[in-house]
Design a protein around this ligand. Structure first.
Ligand code: ADP
Ligand code: ZN
Length: 303
């Protein structure tokens, strides 16, 4: 049995047909064109979904449903995209109503980090965990929380918006209006911004990590500071949810060992309770298709 997964992002929307084992049978993607009305963009997405189904010699009626992952804030109760900073063309857009113009299938909708957490539970690094937190460190920082064998989604699907934990109130001003939010200080965007300021030229987060690894002292200090901020956020999550496991994904996590070693060191020193100190911390298993598989997981998995 197959589900459609739709992963809406600020620059592109990925679409796939995913089977009940989490295998992507077919996929495609299209640019998220924010210069057109979102209804028009949904028309394009629906057309691409229908083409994908036809190309596999399937019929819509054979499918289990459609899962949609989108950046938050959103409202899963009303089916609206609310106010994602990187999707300004879609603010207050009733996406479920718009999609349902095209399909006679159940449509499930959650924020992208929550969906990615469910994907890690389904076929990724958290298959055996009953209590875990998935953290994505990418353009921003987000989390999906899985506790007592269930996803914790909150009243409107916005639980896990941990990028706006205040880590340092003396830090700079975040899009949310607070100062020193976790993602303002430690996302890929934040690393690139701080490294660029330090070197007086455009530096990506990847380049900052490379420079730190090859012995640039000032950049190493910056990167170590960011890793410490990441550790602080992880300890807060551990203290809040008492998880068995943290799963860390997103572009920044690709730096690998230096990040994971730093987080494990920080957690082992600063989580107060003995189990928290020993929380297992692992990289996400799903990278490429995490968003798609997460969207389909919303259909295939009971949560
Ligand atoms: P998105 O935020 O659109 O989901 P990603 O998860 O790829 O996308 O995250 C993008 C961020 O991660 C950017 O800030 C980018 O600089 C950073 N990034 C991507 N790949 C790497 C890498 N290999 N090493 C360090 N940072 C990376
Ligand atoms: Zn914020």
């Amino acid at each position: 049995s197959y589900a459609v997964g739709i992963d809406i992002g600020g620059t592109k929307t990925a679409i796939g047909l995913i089977d009940s084992a989490g295998v992507v049978l077919a996929k495609t993607s299209l640019p998220t064109d924010q210069s057109v009305q979102p209804d028009e963009m949904v028309d394009r997405i629906a057309k691409a979904v229908k083409e994908l189904i036809t190309a596999q010699n399937m019929k819509e009626s054979e499918l289990l449903g459609i899962g949609v992952g989108a950046p938050g804030p959103l409202n899963t109760k009303t089916g609206h995209i609310v106010k994602p900073p990187n999707l300004p063309g879609w603010w207050d857009f009733p996406i479920l109503k718009s999609l349902s113009r095209h399909f006679d299938l159940p449509i499930t909708f959650e924020n992208d980090a929550t969906a990615a957490a469910l994907a890690e539970k389904w076929v990724g690094a958290a298959q055996d965990a009953e209590h875990f937190v998935f953290i994505t460190i990418s353009t921003g920082i987000g989390a999906g929380i899985y506790t007592h064998g269930k996803l914790l989604t909150g009243a409107t699907g916005n639980a896990g918006d941990v990028g706006h934990f205040v880590i340092d109130p003396a830090g700079g001003k975040c899009v949310c209006g607070q100062s020193g939010c976790w993602e303002y200080l430690a996302s890929g965007t934040a690393i690139a911004r701080q490294a660029s300021t330090l070197l007086g030229r455009e530096v990506s987060s990847k380049e900052a990590f490379d420079l730190a690894a090859t012995g640039d002292v000032a950049i190493k200090e910056l990167v170590d500071g960011v890793f410490r901020y990441i550790g602080i956020g992880c300890v807060t999550l551990i203290n809040t949810f008492d998880p068995e496991l943290l799963v860390i994904g997103g572009g920044v996590s690709q730096v690998g060992a230096p990040l994971f070693d730093a987080i494990r060191d920080y957690v082992s020193e600063h989580a107060l309770n003995p189990s928290g100190r020993n929380t297992t911390i692992v990289p996400a298993a799903l990278q490429q298709d995490a968003g798609l598989i997460g969207a389909a997981a919303l259909v295939h998995m009971t949560y």
